[in-house]
Each structure stands twice: as structure tokens, then as C-alpha cells.
Write a protein that binds this ligand. Structure first.
Ligand SMILES: C[S@@+](CC[C@H](N)C(=O)[O-])C[C@H]1O[C@@H](n2cnc3c(N)ncnc32)[C@H](O)[C@@H]1O
Length: 214
């Protein structure tokens, strides 16, 4: 078996053939500017164990390090934006869990390289919480969590000064959004516009307390 295929059964049942690093990078180069913008959002609806997501994280972390390796506060605040902008769904639980672990371990590796001495336990808890929320064990066709009637729900993480704002949206509402549907997002021509509403809106918390958003 190549490292792109785990078993014949998984290929047959779930179409699981992971993309090689070279192809991932060639594809991400097509949207290079976006991969280098800290707040550009990426969703992989069949993310496997995260081959695309980890490269998006790598590219964003490179920019984060270049900009803020000498400023721990700015690094931390912006790391919430970076990690909070990366989303995935996979129907296989082990894939979703491996993707979460890869993203978390990569973040910690970079964070500890620069800030191990004064590392912030709250930030680490917050990053873990965000990754656990953003990578969902779900079905991208039914838009539900696996073995559940719960809709796949994504959290929007927004930094407002030194505070964190969380709002939750269902994937089905987000998919009704242009360019996925015909309705315009913004228009000054009197057209119908569609702005999804959050299903839950949370109070502001400190930027490193995502795990306390409730
Ligand atoms: C071809 S692999 C690609 C994995 C990854 N995107 C990559 O390029 O390395 C397809 C993935 O889709 C997942 N999958 C299959 N059906 C799915 C569904 N209905 N919803 C979410 N994920 C699904 C499989 O578990 C598998 O990990």
C-alpha cells in the first residue's frame, strides 16, 4: 500500500486516496495569495487526515512567524485567527482525529520553538479547543454529524481587539451562500441578498479563552 492508501476496503467504501504533498502544494499555489493571508478561511469537506489542511497551516504559520516571532502577544492573538480559519469534515472518525492531532502538533512545534520559556497554557487550551471544533466528524453530503441528526455546525472565530467572538453557523446555511447558490450576497441593485444568521452567538472572551466560550 502507498502512503496515499490505507486499505482496499477504505478506497472502495469511502474513496479514500490521500493527495501527495507535491500535488497539494501545486494546488495550493493556485490560490497562493489566500494561503498567505492569515484570516482567509479554508474548508475541506472531505479532509481525510488533513493533507491539505496541514499545508494551509504551514503556509500561514510561516507568515505568522515572519511577522510576529519577536512579539508573543501579537503572535498569540493572530494564531487564534490562523487556526480558527482552517476547517475540515470527514466521515471517518479516525481521519478527523488524525487531522486534529496533526494541526495541533504542528502549531505547538512552531509556538514552542519561539515561546517555550513563557508559553501560555490558556492559549494552548484555546488552540486545542478551536481545532477540535473546526475539524468535524461529519457527512458532507447529508450535512449532518455521523450517526446523529445534529447538523454540521461551524464556529466563526473573530478577534476584536484582544477579545474573541464566537458565532456558530450550520453548514447548510453557509452553503446557501453565494457562490454556491444564485442569490447575491451584496447588491445595490435591489436584488435579493442572503446573509446567513448564526444559530448561536457567544459573549466576548479573552483572545486565549476560546475554551470558555459558552
Ligand atoms: C480521496 S480522499 C481525500 C482526502 C484528502 N482530501 C486528501 O486529498 O488527502 C476522500 C476522503 O473523503 C472522505 N469522505 C468520503 N465520503 C464522505 C462524506 N460523505 N463526507 C465527508 N467525508 C467523506 C473519506 O473518508 C476520505 O478521507
Amino acid at each position: 500500500m502507498s502512503n496515499q492508501v490505507k486499505s482496499k476496503e477504505r478506497v472502495a467504501d469511502f474513496g479514500e486516496v490521500n493527495t501527495s504533498e507535491r500535488e497539494v502544494n501545486a494546488m495550493l499555489d493556485l490560490v497562493k495569495q489566500e494561503t498567505e493571508r492569515l484570516d482567509s478561511r479554508f474548508l475541506e469537506p472531505a479532509c481525510g487526515d488533513g493533507n491539505f489542511l496541514i499545508e494551509v497551516l504551514n503556509r500561514k504559520l510561516d507568515i505568522l512567524v515572519k511577522k510576529y516571532k519577536k512579539n508573543q502577544y501579537e503572535f498569540e492573538r493572530n494564531s487564534i485567527v490562523v487556526v480558527g480559519s482552517i476547517y475540515g469534515v470527514d466521515i471517518l472518525e479516525d481521519n478527523a482525529q488524525s487531522a486534529r492531532e496533526r494541526l495541533f502538533n504542528r502549531f505547538i512545534e512552531v509556538y514552542e520553538k519561539y515561546f517555550k520559556e513563557y508559553s501560555n497554557e490558556n492559549l494552548i487550551k484555546s488552540i486545542k479547543f478551536i481545532i477540535d471544533k473546526n475539524i468535524i466528524h461529519g457527512d458532507a453530503l447529508t450535512l449532518k454529524e455521523v450517526d446523529s441528526e445534529n447538523p454540521v455546525t461551524f464556529c466563526e472565530w473573530a478577534i476584536i481587539n484582544n477579545k474573541l467572538k464566537r458565532r456558530d453557523f450550520t453548514l447548510s446555511d453557509l452553503l446557501a451562500y453565494p457562490p454556491f447558490d444564485k442569490v447575491a450576497l451584496f447588491s445595490d441593485m435591489g436584488d435579493e441578498v442572503h446573509i446567513p444568521s448564526p444559530i448561536k452567538d457567544y459573549k466576548l472572551v479573552n483572545y486565549d479563552e476560546a475554551h470558555n466560550s459558552c
